[in-house]
Design a protein around this ligand. Structure first.
Ligand code: NAP
Length: 321
């Protein structure tokens, strides 16, 4: 089968299209014929082994797994022994954050991993773009225990995580203030934001409103800069480690003072979360934003674009046009 392969860490052009063996479904596994996948920031980090702490997990000098790709939408081609939840021909989608492999014509995934049947009315591309940003967004929102009626600010509301966060927060009944650039104010209002702040026209950290939660979904702020935006027992969330990789440490220290605190979840693959996201997609409460589409043969271009840090929502890779 055709796959996007990389055998060393590095920039986008370490990835090349090659013929590799098609995987087979073993006990409890499902073989998926991939229709669409994405290139996301996780793929970029894994490809380059950045941050360096990825290396003990991925392979110290070279990657153990050569095919990346965490998000998938496709058809079940075969099921391994013991699989009862899926049948050949089912349209499925999912997230494979530990074994990857979606940048290929076929992928094997665990029946009890983050995989579900696709809701009716969703395209392959929408389904493929529906699990990574939303999974990180939901993990963060849940870690902060956001409740209906709370005021939440989302910084970076046009990324994959931010655009999902705005929609999922509205689904929970939060009042959402979203920060984005001038060109995307209308798009972000359309995602449900109650108020939008143009970061090119004003410094959002000087805003006069106070929030229960500030969610930096683009990883470009710090707790120090956002602290004044928080109510006395408010929570600062970030999708990134912070400029000095300080967020995991602040998670341990800030609760000791019983005031404003930092929460930094390490998202786990969780079937309940997959069911929740599926319901949000099915009801239309969540629709992934799709920016560009690339054929699998042009995946290196997709990587280059994602690495600009300027994508709008998600970048889809079409494996079977
Ligand atoms: N914790 C994890 O495991 C995990 C997993 C995946 C990703 N991440 C991190 O999460 C972050 C977000 O990833 P993503 O894929 O959602 O999006 P992304 O590709 O990082 O963000 C793209 C969006 O951010 C906007 N943006 C760029 N600079 C901005 C700024 N200074 N203020 C406000 N918006 C800005 C861009 O719009 P404009 O250019 O129009 O402003 C663009 O729409 C990344 O830092 C990534 O490394 C973490």
């Amino acid at each position: 089968m055709k796959a996007a392969v990389r055998t060393r860490y590095g920039p986008p052009d370490v990835v090349r299209i090659a013929q590799v063996d098609r995987p087979a479904a073993r006990d409890g596994e499902v073989l998926v014929k991939v229709h669409a996948t994405t290139v996301n920031r996780t793929d970029c980090g894994l490809r380059a082994a950045r941050p360096f702490i990825y290396r003990p997990i991925l392979g110290l000098t070279r990657p153990r797994r050569t095919v990346l790709g965490t998000e998938v939408a496709g058809e079940v081609e075969a099921v391994g022994p013991g699989v009862t939840s899926f049948r050949v021909g089912d349209r499925v989608f999912g997230f494979n954050g530990t074994s990857f492999g979606a940048h290929a014509e076929y992928l094997v995934t665990r029946e009890h991993g983050m995989v579900a049947t696709m809701p009716a009315g969703l395209t392959w591309e929408e389904a493929a773009a529906g699990t990574e940003g939303s999974h990180y967004a939901l993990s963060s929102v849940r870690a902060a225990k956001v409740r209906g009626g709370q005021d939440v600010l989302v910084y970076g509301a046009t990324g994959a995580i931010g655009s999902a966060a705005v929609q999922l927060l509205k689904g929970l009944g939060a009042q959402v203030t979203a920060v984005c650039d001038t060109a995307n104010l209308e798009l972000v209002k359309g995602l449900g934001a109650d108020r939008v702040v143009d970061y090119t026209a004003e410094d959002f950290t000087r805003d006069t409103q106070r929030f229960d939660v500030v969610f930096d979904a683009v990883g470009k702020s710090s707790f120090g800069h956002c602290r004044r935006l928080l109510r006395p027992r408010g929570t600062y969330l970030s999708s990134d480690l912070g400029p000095l990789s300080q967020n995991p440490l602040l998670v341990l220290v800030t609760p000791l003072f019983r005031g404003r605190k930092v929460v930094f979840p390490f998202p786990r693959e969780n079937q309940e979360m997959m069911s929740y996201l599926r319901r949000q997609l099915e009801s239309g409460a969540f629709r992934p934003v799709i920016d560009r589409r690339y054929p699998l043969d042009e995946i290196v271009e997709a990587y280059r674009y994602v690495e600009t840090g300027r994508k709008l929502g998600n970048v889809v890779v079409v494996v079977r046009p």
